[in-house]
Design a protein around this ligand. Structure first.
Ligand code: NDP
Length: 500
């Protein structure tokens, strides 16, 4: 399959800031997908048979190449998304962390583990973690490098081969990463990119052994239904409507800066973006004033460097949703205290960082995923109200609590129905690779990223029990007198020998 930027009949990829065509990629057909999966199946035999340590070695080399080529890769990410330098760096850094963590920990996590069989001493048992085969990865456009490759790392280390279908809007970041993987020594059929649209993604589900999907809840539901037909393992990372709670004892400056950083990263086009803020009444006015002040200092634009705080949005579709949520909120009584407008002077898809107050749960902006640069701030009168409102959603991805009482913050975090929560920082779990995270309710299903769970989801566990037959005699039933005696003995021994 051609993966070059040459002109061809296919999908035209455009720079969202200039509107210029970056290149054209093939819109892979069902036959293309099937052929890619067949090549991946063949390649899996040798890749899966290699030692985990050997796989770690080449993945580490890949990580080094990505790091060395970060400027070029960041340029590609920025060209197809319109995000700022900081946002593109977050993708490279995030992926690098994943590679470092899993290349270090995979051998131990995947090592067969001793387990206790029913008859200790005469039997022994081990659990093995076997690769699933070919893992299909379907990824969105908002973090086109990180989200196409983050799941590939543990999947590959576990001995699978992968076929990745990046978003048609942003395929070049994944293609660039795959090129570096080949340079690092990963065979071409071990990691393949099939460019294409939703139909290409649908076809992938028909051929692979597992599907790992990141995207909207609506598409995730379609993916789950299709995968159910094949009774195949799935991992779905879906949409969110993350809440931030600011308690009366919080450091107002830190909380306000957390809200700004956590809501406007990638112009709010982040699954774990802070999309709602609940502030306790005693500090509400100070918090709102501080957020407004910080927003007034933000620089938005298409320029380079870390002092550009927000870049462009990526699609007109998201921009229209942002406008619709603002309009709906204002019609129902909200007030815009910052932003609220497009910035065509900067580019067609720029939108100002926006702050809304006097919001409530009758408004779309507090209930539906916005995926844009809006901070809606709501006053609450106690912590129970804050928790109740934060949990009043179909989503359960991530969130944050700001308080000086760290123990209380941690305790309250467990009352939120989300996959993870950070206290006094936003989105901190997602970059802490040792901590697994994944959405609850309609934000995810079937798997978590990070930690032990993040790699074991790409394996089938197999328990193997070996019976030495010491003291065993041939019998006619499963429970013969000797077995019965052993079982009774074990039951008695459990009272005195806690390891049994
Ligand atoms: P979509 O659900 O629209 O698309 C995600 C991927 O699925 C794309 O590659 C898309 O292809 C593909 N696709 C579309 N239709 C189908 C189908 N019927 N079968 C299989 N694949 C299909 O999401 P977006 O790309 O718009 O991404 C934004 C969403 O992703 C937000 O809701 C966000 O919250 C969520 N997200 C979740 C994350 C998480 O970790 N929980 C992380 C990041 C984003 P194409 O684009 O070519 O149409």
């Amino acid at each position: 399959m051609a993966n070059s930027r040459q002109d061809m009949v296919g999908i035209s990829v455009k720079n969202p800031i200039t509107g210029e065509e970056i290149g054209v990629v093939p819109n892979s057909t069902r036959e293309d997908v099937q052929a890619a999966v067949e090549r991946a199946q063949d390649a899996q035999l040798a890749w899966g048979a290699a030692s985990v340590e050997e796989r770690c070695r080449v993945i580490r080399q890949w990580g080094d190449l990505l790091w060395e080529n970060q400027q070029r890769v960041m340029k590609i990410i920025r060209e197809e998304t319109g995000k700022n330098d900081a946002g593109a760096f977050i993708e490279v850094m995030g992926l690098d962390n994943y590679i470092a963590y899993y290349a270090k920990n995979a051998p131990e996590i995947l090592r067969p583990k001793r387990r206790q069989p029913i008859f200790p001493i005469i039997q022994y048992g081990r659990v093995y973690h076997k690769p699933l085969g070919v893992v299909g990865i379907i990824s969105p456009w908002n973090y086109p490098l990180a989200l196409s490759m983050m799941d590939a790392i543990p999947a590959l280390l576990a001995g699978n081969t992968v076929v990745i279908k990046p978003s048609e809007i942003t395929p070049y970041s994944a293609l660039a990463a795959a090129d570096l993987a080949y340079q690092a020594g990963i065979p071409e059929n071990v990691i393949q990119i099939v460019t294409g649209d939703g139909a290409t993604g649908e076809a992938l589900i028909d051929y692979v052994d597992m599907i790992c999907f990141t995207g909207s809840t609506a598409t995730g539901r379609k993916v789950a239904l299709k995968a159910a037909d094949r009774l195949m393992p799935i991992s779905l990372e879906l949409g969110g409507k993350d809440a931030m709670i600011v308690l009366a004892d919080a450091d107002v400056d830190m909380a306000a800066s957390g809200a700004v950083a956590g809501s406007y990263e990638n112009a709010g086009q982040m699954c774990i973006s802070i999309e709602r803020v609940y502030v306790e009444e005693p500090i509400y006015d100070r918090f709102v004033a501080k957020v407004k002040e910080l927003v007034s200092q933000m620089v938005i634009g298409a320029g380079d460097g870390l002092d550009i705080h927000m870049g462009s949005m990526t699609n007109e579709r998201e921009l229209k949703r942002v406008e619709e949520h603002i309009k709906d909120a204002v019609e129902k009584g909200a007030e815009i205290i910052a932003g609220g407008n497009r910035r065509p002077d900067l580019g067609p898809l720029f939108f100002e960082p926006t702050v809304l107050i006097h919001v409530d749960h009758s408004m779309k902006v507090m209930k539906e995923e916005t995926f844009g640069p809006i901070i809606p701030i709501m006053k609450v009168y106690n912590v129970d109200e804050a928790i109740r409102l934060a949990n009043d959603t179909e989503y359960g991805l991530s969130g944050a609590i700001f308080t000086r009482d760290l123990e209380r913050g941690e305790r309250l975090a467990t009352r939120l129905n989300t996959g993870d929560i950070s206290v006094n920082r936003t989105q901190a779990v997602a970059v802490s690779v040792d901590m697994s995270w994944g959405g609850h309710i309609h934000s995810g299903l079937g798997g978590q990223r990070g930690g032990t769970a993040g790699i074991l989801r790409f394996t089938a566990s197999q328990s193997v029990l070996v019976d030495t037959q010491i003291g065993s005699k041939p019998g006619l039933t499963a429970i013969d007198p000797t077995t019965l005696m052993f079982l009774k003995l074990i039951r008695l021994a459990r009272r005195y020998l806690p390891f049994l």
